[in-house]
Write a protein that binds this ligand. Structure first.
Ligand code: GLY
Length: 357
């Protein structure tokens, strides 16, 4: 069955989302005298041919290719893109099209927003995580020193084109990674989405188009209300305070895990904390934990690793005046933010993660 993509005019951003979004997006991307495409070594091979097949008007467009990977989201790579834009004589009325996952749309947006005081850019995400999260909401930036997203700015793309066609070549671990964020939308704001997914293993899901449209709309809804993360956008951090600590912990050990694996573990701990601190019923917490365990293996951490995890949490951007603040679940589809949580309760939640399996 052929469905039409959803067009959303959410000023200042235009969105085209769903199957055949690319085929319907020429109108979103026209009206610029000059275009430049940013890809990485993966998207150049797998996604650029698809992009050009669906949008033949971009066949001759200049391409800048960067290296893929979170460790490349750095100043050197930004410098490389600025140099390439300069070498290609790209001027201020150009549009830069970022074709890639979250790392590429983050750095691409940052470079575009700072080159010649800012040129327009569009995001065309190619991973599930990019489609339901990173490409939407204007967070751009690079990592600096040991800190993730230390330098950057909030700036919206002019358009975002989300077409699941790119997922055909996505590795399984990246599907799983994006799925953690999809589950999160169900928990923090979209009980119906949770109900579509509950009880399923992500391998058996065959309605990704519907899920992507729904999750992307959820994110758009949040960032339209709170672009600069002063309030409700913080709800998106559910699972992330502890999740980021897991992510950094494994990165330091040089055995990196995906963002989704880390966030899934974080959501188990933070569901435990939610039950202790909000009205979340125990049976609901168990439902959440059961669903996450169905889709993600528990991480191999031990009691000895707990102090290092706590230290990493204290370095998180969300810590203010030494206090750990969490976004928690109140009930399925409803989150609260800025909840101060004691270190003892965080420790308890890690114990729960280690032993309840
Ligand atoms: N990824 C979380 C946010 O965009 O706020």
């Amino acid at each position: 069955m052929n469905t039409s993509p959803v067009f959303l005019d959410a000023k200042p951003v235009s969105y085209m989302i769903g199957e055949q979004a690319l085929d319907h997006s020429s109108k979103l991307l026209v009206n610029y005298p000059r275009y430049v495409l940013l890809v990485d070594n993966n998207t150049r091979n797998y996604c650029l041919p698809v992009f050009r097949e669906h949008l033949p008007e971009f066949r001759e467009t200049d391409v800048i290719c960067i290296e893929s990977g979170e460790e490349k989201k750095n100043l050197d790579q930004a410098l490389f893109i600025w140099k390439e834009l300069t070498r290609l004589n790209v001027d201020r009325d150009a549009l830069m099209i970022n074709l890639g996952g979250g790392v590429l749309t983050d750095i691409g947006g940052f470079v575009a927003a700072t080159y010649k005081r800012g040129i327009a850019f569009a995001n065309v995400p190619t991973t599930l995580l990019g489609m339901v999260d990173a490409s939407i909401g204007g967070k751009t930036g690079i990592d600096f020193g040991k800190f993730k997203n230390q330098v950057g700015l909030f700036v919206d793309p002019v358009s975002v084109v989300i077409d699941p066609v790119f997922l055909k070549t996505l590795e399984e671990k990246h599907w799983q990674s994006g799925f953690a964020e999809v589950l999160k939308y169900g928990l923090i704001m979209d009980r119906e989405l949770w109900q579509w997914l509950y009880g399923k293993d992500f391998h058996e899901i065959d309605f990704w188009d519907k899920i992507i449209v729904r999750a992307a709309r959820d994110k758009i809804d949040i960032v339209r209300h709170d672009f600069e993360e002063k309030g409700v956008r913080k709800n998106l951090n559910f699972g992330h305070t502890i999740g980021h600590a897991f992510e950094s912990f494994f990165l330091k050990k040089e055995t990196p895990i995906t963002h989704g694996q880390a966030i899934a573990a974080g959501m188990i701990c933070e569901a435990y904390i939610s039950e202790k601190m909000t009205d979340l019923e125990c049976s609901r917490k168990e439902e959440i934990v059961e669903m996450i365990d169905k889709n993600f293996s528990r991480l191999s951490v031990t009691k000895e690793d707990v102090p290092a995890l706590i230290d990493l949490m204290r370095q998180d951007k969300k810590v203010r005046e030494g206090k750990l603040r969490f976004s928690l679940i109140k009930r399925l589809g409803k989150a609260v933010h800025d909840k101060e949580v004691s270190t003892d309760l965080v420790l308890e939640s890690l114990e729960y993660y280690l032993h309840d399996r």
